[in-house]
Write a protein that binds this ligand. Structure first.
Ligand SMILES: [Zn+2]
Length: 361
């Protein structure tokens, strides 16, 4: 019952683990029932009550599937209490007649089922109740945290650890990192789009390009910017991180080169997903210049760790992105263009086979 909490505290929670846990709970209950039903006398009305609870839960699952297109079982407090009571109930059988003990247990189970249905149908539940973040170890001192379409990274040196971004649904990003390392923890943001700063407030201050200030405040970002600039080196102890300015996707986007591991952590600027280039302060021409400028450093890295799309990508992607973006600027990419709606904005998607650009119409 507390396995989920332990997993989240230690940063080992995953969607697979959560499913396995749910399946294990169901198997446990079924095995108990098979063993117990033949040896105890259960009145018919209890069967009817159990049937009603089961029916409510089936309706919950079906309506959850219709509304969210996914299989939802919520780990609510009342569901946990029900589980605990069901666990204790067989132990009381030798002492108290089941027809007395079953009433409170069935009542709690009914309430839990109705409440769960209400939460599912009103969408009133915390995202992490059903969408787990996945923490994946890249090597001995590097992790990536997959957060529903966006990812962020934890890098450890000999003296310090750094979280690079804090994801979209991760107010607990700091907690996750602290479950993985005991080193003093700092935060660097590649930029301040809302899918990269959800856990920033737990830090109070963080390294970010000062050119990102407006973007940060536009997304209600709290905390103090410790300004970083091109050429700055942040040393984690035997692991130096070099900051490169990559304006274009946003005015203060940066890339971070992990020199020791020959890796570039690229934010949203270099990735094989859809790169957002519409809306205020995005600048495709500046983006092209940034990527050309980056080639000055190409001896320092081979692999690229992006925040979206495939992990990892190779630096071969950079010239392709330059070429694609240039063809859009030159008006020569019409054959790849199609209108799409993104969060209520009518925009143009230039869908190249190596990546996409979402641009103003
Ligand atoms: Zn992003």
């Amino acid at each position: 019952m507390i396995d989920g909490t332990v997993a989240r505290k230690t940063g080992k929670a995953s969607e697979f683990g959560a499913r396995l846990d749910s399946i294990a709970d169901i198997v446990f209950v079924v095995v108990c029932l098979i063993k117990l039903i033949p040896v105890i006398n259960i009145p018919t009305w209890i069967y009817v009550w159990i049937g009603v609870v089961a029916l409510i839960r089936i309706i919950n699952i079906v309506s959850g599937f219709i509304m969210q297109k996914r299989f939802i079982i919520l780990h609510t407090i009342m569901n946990k209490v029900t589980g605990l009571l069901l666990f204790i109930l067989p132990l009381t059988v030798p002492f108290v007649d089941l027809k007395y003990t079953a009433i409170p247990v069935c009542a709690v189970a009914t309430f839990a089922a109705i409440q769960e249905g209400h939460f599912i149908r009103t969408n009133r539940f915390k995202k992490e109740d059903y969408k787990m973040k996945e923490v994946i170890k890249i090597n001995e001192n590097t992790w990536r945290i997959e957060d529903d379409g966006v990812r962020f990274y934890l890098l450890c040196g000999s003296e310090k650890a750094v979280l690079i971004d804090t994801g979209m649904n991760s107010p607990d990003a700091k907690q996750i990192a602290e479950g993985l390392t005991k080193l003093p923890l700092i935060l660097i943001n590649t930029h301040a789009d809302p899918d990269h700063i959800s856990g920033n407030s737990a830090f109070g201050e963080f390294y970010m390009s000062p050119n990102e200030e407006e973007n940060l405040h536009a997304h209600d970002g709290q905390g103090k910017i410790l300004p970083i600039h091109e050429g700055d080196v942040i040393d984690l102890g035997d692991r130096e991180l070099l900051i490169i300015d990559l304006p274009g996707h946003t005015p203060g986007s940066v890339g971070i080169i992990d020199k020791k591991n020959h890796v570039l952590i690229s934010g949203d600027s270099i990735q094989d997903g859809k790169i957002f280039m519409f809306g205020p302060a995005r600048n495709l021409k500046q983006y092209i210049e940034s990527l050309k400028h980056l080639s000055k450093y190409e001896d320092l890295f081979d692999e690229i760790y992006p925040m979206h799309g495939t992990f990892p990508v190779h630096k071969d992607l950079i010239p392709k992105l330059i070429q694609g973006a240039q063809s859009i600027v030159d008006g020569k990419a019409q054959e790849y263009a199609k209108p799409v709606n993104v969060f209520g904005n009518e925009v143009t998607l230039y869908n190249f086979d190596y990546a996409g650009f979402l641009c103003q119409k």
